[in-house]
Design a binder for this molecule. Structure first.
Ligand code: FCB
Length: 449
């Protein structure tokens, strides 16, 4: 038995996102988001489900904060719904929307939990999509204005801010393969969306700093690629370096620009944009679930979420166990990813999402014994510890997710929570993994066999 202790001050938290938990979709002046419309299109989400009610968190904030308090978390990473703040994505703030997050922040602070908001976790105001969405530059400008509004209200109590969550998903799932809202399938537009998301991050970073924010960052979900070198080089480019390099080195990688020429001439990059995008950030948020396996295959068509990837195919090793998402479990991928980011970019990181879907529900005694999730968390938290041992500056870990919630296109079919949600009654039941996690937090570490 080995005992792992994390550095003093290491932050342990849980994470959620507005559209996945809040519900109250038509309350207090909230505008529609792209996910409201997408969920209403038959066939887009599992059984046509939506986040209209979700976990009803909007009305159950106190109970949900109590759950976190009893787990002993240091921090809570939640997201702010842009359509609650600006129902149409521009113009004056909706006071009721700001009040909701103001109260949430007050309550977190009172509970001794550090609030860490994400400004954008995929719920773009529908009006902005109708004007072109992330493929148009104006959306980035609007995002900067929205950031200024939120910052001016919360910056006195919020130290750490995340601008975007996983722009890879917003751009490629939203605009290349269309599995996420708004459901468009235009690879060229997806690449323009990448750029405007990054520009929006830069403009929001300026707004946050101007308002006095202490720590500003962005959350990425790098695909840790395994496989033959040529295939990895191409996909690592369009999935990872297309974000890392402009943010941390001030330039798009030349090979990515060359590989994607059939989709776009990159004319959307204007003078000064890369300076805006590459302003220093204080740390990088890294979300990790599973690696990506690739190999070269002559004649293979482009992988729909990786523009420029013709001649490459993805595959899944059969020997690894998978979660309910079908995602292979490989904690060494998290270690390798953190070491790689450290070596190539030297930026402090926080693991801002990590977790696993399993369907486990209450047994006859009413307990949810999710042993597989505990094993997943144990191995991945161990990998984070190993990365720290290898010299990576990891500042914290926020488990995905506090509770079961609306898993996007998979609806309520996939459960990622440490807390079980009975959607019929909205009753919350902490799972065995919540107990495991609170023990990890209390010990600031864990025991490994
Ligand atoms: C991430 C998302 C999060 C959740 C998890 C499972 O890509 O950021 O909202 O869906 O995956």
């Amino acid at each position: 038995m080995q005992q792992f202790h994390f550095p003093e001050g290491f932050l342990w938290g849980t994470a959620t996102a507005s559209y996945q938990i809040e519900g109250a979709a038509a309350e207090d002046g909230r505008g529609q988001s792209i996910w409201d419309r997408f969920s209403d299109i038959p066939g887009k989400t599992w059984r046509g489900q939506s986040g209209r009610v979700a976990c009803d968190h909007y009305h159950r904030v106190d109970e949900d904060i109590d759950l976190m308090r009893s787990m002993g978390v240091d921090t809570y990473r939640f997201s702010i719904a842009w359509p609650r703040i600006q129902p149409d994505g521009s113009g004056p703030a909706n006071p009721a929307g700001l009040d909701f997050y103001d109260r949430l922040v007050d309550k977190l602070v009172a509970a001794g939990i550090k609030p860490m908001p994400t400004l954008y976790h995929w719920d773009l105001p529908l009006t902005l999509e109708n004007l072109g969405g992330w493929p148009v530059r104006d959306t980035a400008e609007r995002f900067g204005e929205y950031a200024a509004i939120v910052a001016s209200r919360l910056v006195d109590r919020v130290e750490t801010w995340w601008t975007l969550n996983e722009p890879w998903c917003s751009a490629y799932l939203g605009y290349a393969n269309g599995h996420h809202a708004p459901g468009r399938t235009e690879p060229g537009a997806a690449l323009a969306a990448v750029h405007h998301l990054l520009l929006g991050h830069g403009l929001a970073t300026q707004a946050l700093r101007a308002a006095g924010a202490e720590q500003v960052s962005i959350v990425l979900n790098p695909s840790h690629c395994r496989g033959d070198e040529d295939a990895v080089q191409v996909v690592d480019g369009v999935a990872n370096r297309i974000f890392f390099d402009p943010l941390l080195k001030g330039a798009y990688p030349e090979d990515v620009v060359a590989n994607t020429r059939s989709h776009t001439d990159w004319g959307f990059v204007q003078d000064g944009d890369l300076e805006t995008i590459s302003q220093p950030i204080d740390l990088l948020g890294v979300n990790y679930y599973t690696p990506t396996w690739l190999r070269s295959k002559a004649g293979a068509p482009e992988i729909d979420v990786f523009p420029g990837s013709a001649g490459i195919e993805g595959w899944t090793p059969e020997e690894l166990p998978v979660t309910d998402m079908g995602w292979p479990i490989d904690a060494s991928g998290l270690f390798d990813l953190l070491v790689r980011i450290h070596k190539d970019y030297g930026v402090p990181v926080m693991v801002t999402e990590n977790g696993a879907a399993y369907p486990t529900g209450p047994n006859e005694a009413g307990e949810v014994v999710d042993t597989e999730r505990i094993e997943y968390l144990r191995s991945h938290i161990g990998a984070v510890h190993d990365a720290i041992g290898a010299g990576v500056d990891v500042r914290g870990y926020t488990a995905w997710s506090l509770m079961d919630n609306f898993e996007w296109a998979f609806g309520y079919d996939k459960r990622f929570g440490l807390v079980y949600v009975d959607y019929a009654t909205q009753r919350r039941i902490p799972k065995a993994s919540a107990k495991f996690y609170s023990d990890v937090i209390a010990a600031n570490g864990l025991e490994l066999d």
